[in-house]
Write a protein that binds this ligand. Structure first.
Ligand code: PMV
Length: 318
């Protein structure tokens, strides 16, 4: 058996996080420069299936049956075997390497599970199509993140910009004009299930306050989609990002660090800035023009960003 490699990208949410959990649309895009990579190699006979994560000096063996407190990696591998109808463990080692920061809203969890399931299925010469892979990764996300909308696994598995709305078919987002974004990491993080849970409590306590916010975020997301698909004004798109950020502040999911980075980016000439993902830490996004990307990047670092990644959303035909 040969060595098989598979990978999956990181992602960011461009518009609509949190409101998406409550039925509104959201836009998510892959960040292809940050990736989880898995290599599947044959292991000595009888060794069974194991996952090796050199960055954490971890070796996990995958049992046939689900164990209590199973890690997401093991679960992804086990569900893949189940999905392929394999009742015996193959003798394989899966080596996982990833440059996606953990727990910061970049979809690390979904990306590592996708890469594991993809590499394993390919090594067993039964590659999974994207629809099956997506359903499998969503199962893992559900067990570990409470009530995920499904946006992370979808954008990561298909590796294309998408418009996602719960209960509706996923739609591809056509990109008419290139967009350049900076992803700035606050270096802090709050698990997404906490912020999602807090927004849900807020909503249950005072729906008259939160419903119009969700609806306005939905409307912004639809307008943003039109602008991106028609290649219209980037300045207008930036303004929509700013408004989306203020609405997320009202949902209590921003933080001092996120606000400082967004303000710094805007002062340095970014067209728009907002938090991205679960919030209260994690990452923010700034929409920039190529000529001032470097300046905004440096200013974000000076304002405390622990790392800034440039990502380009390319026109669909490229
Ligand atoms: O995984 P994150 O931190 O990018 O957040 C996901 C986006 C939320 O809308 C907050 C939650 C969800 O499941 O859609």
């Amino acid at each position: 058996m040969m060595v098989v490699s598979a990978s999956a990208p990181a992602k960011v949410i461009l518009f609509g996080e949190h409101a998406v959990v409550h039925g509104q649309p959201a836009i998510a895009i892959p960040v292809k420069t940050l990736r989880a990579r898995v290599q599947a190699r044959p292991a000595p006979q009888g060794q069974g299936l194991s996952i090796h994560v050199p960055a954490f000096r971890q070796r996990l063996s995958v049992p046939q049956e689900a164990a209590k407190d199973e890690s997401t990696l093991v679960m992804a591998a086990r569900l893949t075997l189940q999905r392929l109808g394999l009742h015996q463990l193959p003798d394989l080692t899966l080596r996982l390497d990833s440059n996606i920061p953990l727990g910061s809203g970049l979809g690390s969890g979904a990306a590592v599970c996708t890469a594991i399931a993809r590499a394993l299925a390919e090594a067993l010469q039964q590659p999974l199509d994207n629809d099956s892979l997506n359903a499998l990764v969503y199962e893992v996300e559900k067990l570990h993140h409470g009530t995920p909308s499904g946006i992370d696994n979808t954008v990561i598995v298909y590796e294309k910009p998408i418009v996602f709305q719960r209960g509706l078919a996923i739609e591809a987002l056509r990109v008419a004009q290139p967009l350049l974004l900076l992803v700035g990491d606050t270096g802090r993080s709050t698990p997404t299930y906490i912020t999602v849970g807090d927004v849900r409590s807020l909503h249950e306590k005072d729906p008259a306050r939160t419903t119009p916010i969700f609806e306005r975020i939905g409307a912004l997301t639809r307008s943003a989609r039109q602008l991106i698909e028609q290649g219209n004004s980037r300045a207008q798109l930036g303004r929509l990002m700013n408004e989306n950020h203020s609405l997320l502040q009202r949902l209590t999911v921003s933080s001092v660090e996120l606000d400082v980075l967004c303000e710094a980016a805007l002062e340095a000439g970014a067209l728009g800035a907002k938090l991205s993902g679960g919030g209260r830490g994690g990452n923010m996004l700034a929409l920039v023009e190529p000529h001032n990307a470097e300046k905004v990047l440096q200013i974000l670092k000076r304002a405390g960003a622990k790392r800034v990644v440039k990502t380009r959303l390319s026109p669909t035909h490229e």
